[in-house]
Design a protein around this ligand. Structure first.
Ligand code: TXA
Ligand code: MG
Length: 350
């Protein structure tokens, strides 16, 4: 897990056809040689490596300083390659077909029984594997050219804020990885929704292990939706949601989530930054202190998808503004707001 040497990290632009072509060739070449490459996805930037090559996968864990108990998500080049990495139980085969047909490529990850060919390191020794197909065109170009599944966790150091731009990846992993493909800002801005599908009559049970851009409403036509973290631990051998520690997505600056914004009382001399949802002028507490910096996720009436896109970017900026504490407002806990609140609670956890 120790990093033995620093390397030069190249940031490859993709905003012209010739640059795009060269960047994809370079990425595919490195990946084929068992190296890591940071790639844009529609959710957050991922740090990719050949999922079937344990030495390549080990480089992801080293660069991220990720503990070996935290399993990775595999990204397929195509839907018909699912059988290479997972064994779909017959009882849920129909649901898996319907769900993947509808949501892939896109920000939905399925946890399924693992194929024996998938290295144990990828799944942290679990009998299951997490799989999705990214909708980002640059990611898709790389993975289909390589024609092998890519393991790719978010391209941040373990426990830190997920990167939604190439510049953010550079801040996290410069000197630790050879190449970052710059695909601009991420489209949805929060990591994929992760689900398990359990056979039930008449509809399958969809257990949400991590809330994300695919919401409860989106999933409901395909089964009965249940959030795993809202239920008491079932006393299973393996935690159902491995790697998701209470403290995650953590800024270096302490973050306080105001469940009731009117409760905020500034302490004299303390320097605060504000992460506001709408910057509603009726919220009197906004005027109680001179914020070192304040950022608003979705000014005006508040739109949750816009807040999701901007969330990690704003959090990262506030973390760098020199405040003693970041004060975060809650967002409405519906739609993708469920996923934002889950990230905020983890960011606030010590
Ligand atoms: O949108 C995303 O999912 C991004 C982009 C890059 O694809 N990836 C991402 O990966 O968020 P990461 O490593 O930050 O999160 C992976 C999480 C693990 O921490 C764990 O909670 C869950 O996926 N996971 C992976 N394998 C699992 C398994 N077999 N069972 C349950 N959860 C699993
Ligand atoms: Mg992550």
């Amino acid at each position: 897990m120790r990093l033995t040497r620093r390397m030069q990290t190249i940031l490859a632009e993709t905003d012209r056809p010739d640059k795009l072509k060269a960047a994809v060739v370079q990425a595919v070449d490195l990946l084929a040689r068992g190296e890591t490459v940071a790639l844009p996805t529609e959710t957050v930037y991922g740090l990719a490596a050949d999922a079937m090559n344990p030495e390549a996968v080990a480089k992801i864990f080293a660069a991220k300083e990720r503990p070996s108990f935290d399993p990775l998500i595999i990204h397929l080049p195509h839907r018909d390659r699912l059988a290479d990495v997972a064994i779909v139980p017959p009882e849920i085969a129909k649901a898996v077909a319907q769900i993947t047909e509808h949501f892939w490529p896109g920000p939905l990850t399925l946890v399924l029984p693992k194929h024996p060919d998938v290295p144990d390191m990828v799944t942290a020794g679990l009998p299951t594997v997490a799989v999705r197909i990214s909708a980002n065109p640059i990611f898709r170009r790389v993975v289909t050219s390589l024609a092998r599944p890519l393991a790719a966790p978010s391209a941040n150091r373990f426990g830190r804020i997920s990167p939604t731009s190439a510049a953010a990846v550079m801040k996290e992993l410069e000197g630790r990885i050879p190449l970052i493909l710059d695909g601009g800002a991420c489209h949805t801005g929060l990591e994929s929704t992760i689900i398990r599908i359990l056979p039930r009559d008449p509809k399958p049970l969809l257990r949400v292990l991590r809330a994300g851009p695919v919401t409860k409403d989106d999933l409901q036509p395909f089964g009965k939706v249940e959030f795993a973290n809202q239920l008491p631990a079932a006393g299973a051998d393996h935690p159902e949601v491995p790697g998701q520690l209470a403290s995650h997505y953590a800024p270096r600056t302490p973050l306080r989530l105001l469940e009731k914004p009117e409760d905020f009382t500034p302490v004299e001399g303390r320097r605060y930054a504000l992460l506001s949802y709408r910057c509603d002028p009726d919220d009197g507490y906004l005027f109680l202190t001179d914020w070192v910096q304040s950022l608003t996720l979705s000014p005006g009436n508040g739109k949750l998808p816009e807040a999701a896109v901007r969330f990690f970017h704003c959090l990262r900026q506030l973390d760098e503004c020199g405040a003693d504490e970041i004060i975060a407002e809650p967002v409405p806990e519906r739609g993708v707001g469920v996923a934002i609140m889950e990230r905020l609670r983890r960011a606030a956890a010590k």
